[in-house]
Design a protein around this ligand. Structure first.
Ligand code: URA
Length: 259
């Protein structure tokens, strides 16, 4: 009697809706178990043994973990839930319970964000001791110099107990005033002076870390985009706002991400 899982839980875990949504499907007679309609949400089914269908379509047990790669646009918060703001979860093509973003990108930051329900992998990628590298491209106010790059390589004071760990700063381009078209209107771009396009690779994940590191050398981040995490790069063909499942090959690379 006690064997198996409740039918409503089975359907909800399989991503077919929330617990109360799937209960309604069951009560409406839309769910069959081994060919017979079942109207009791508490009925037990054995995954892999009983054949469950919803409106005639088989519902399989899902793989334990799901992994998605999101090209986060600005305007979304990196949280599983939020009462006031749009969250990145709205862009994920799965309603699977337990999915969460791996680490946070600020609301105005764009770029690579991993979404999964695999807590162990998230821990491996985020744990301070693992030093997984994250690379960002940014537009910053002013002229970034080789001295700034040297400061980043040594570590800078961002008001924490210790300076930041050594980071790699590459200066990609110095744009004269007025040529930094990538930011949008209210980005806070200063009204005078040059803008620099840089790439910064860090192996920590402190709150607002890139912005605070650039502030430590007197520059303001105007636009920020994460382009890689560990050995996984943001694919060039994934448009802003798009989200897709990771391929096996990408997942393999991510698992090998260590410094
Ligand atoms: N550093 C920041 O300052 N913001 C982010 O969103 C990510 C890294």
């Amino acid at each position: 009697m006690g064997q198996g899982v409740r039918l409503d839980k089975f359907l909800a875990d399989a991503g077919r809706g929330t617990r109360s949504e799937v209960k309604k499907f069951i009560q409406k007679g839309l769910v069959q178990v081994d060919g017979a309609a079942v109207k009791r949400p508490e009925q037990k089914v054995i995954p892999g043994e009983n054949v469950v269908t919803l409106q005639g379509e088989p519902v399989g047990a899902l793989p334990e973990f799901e992994y998605y790669l999101l090209h986060k646009p600005a305007g979304y918060v990196s949280a599983a839930e939020d009462e006031r703001e749009r969250t990145v979860m709205e862009l994920v093509p799965s309603r699977r319970k337990g999915l969460f973003p791996v680490g946070r990108l600020d609301k105005d930051t764009e770029g690579l964000l991993l979404i999964t329900n695999d807590g162990a992998l998230a821990h491996q990628l985020l744990s301070p001791g693992k030093h997984v590298e994250k690379t960002y491209e940014a537009l910053v106010s002013g002229r970034v110099t080789e001295e700034d790059a040297e400061a980043m390589a040594r570590g800078v004071d961002i008001g924490e107990k210790r300076p930041t760990l050594p980071a790699r700063l590459e200066i990609l381009e110095i744009l004269p005033e007025g040529l930094s078209g990538e930011t949008d209107g209210d980005s806070g771009r200063g009204s005078s002076g040059a803008v620099s396009r840089i790439r910064l690779t860090i192996c920590e994940g402190k709150f607002h870390q890139v912005k605070r590191m650039m502030e430590a050398v007197g520059k303001k981040v105007l636009y920020l985009k994460r382009i890689s995490m560990g050995r996984l790069a943001l694919p060039e063909d994934l448009p802003r706002g798009a989200c897709r499942a990771l391929t096996e090959e990408e997942l393999g690379r991510l698992r090998q991400s260590r410094r």
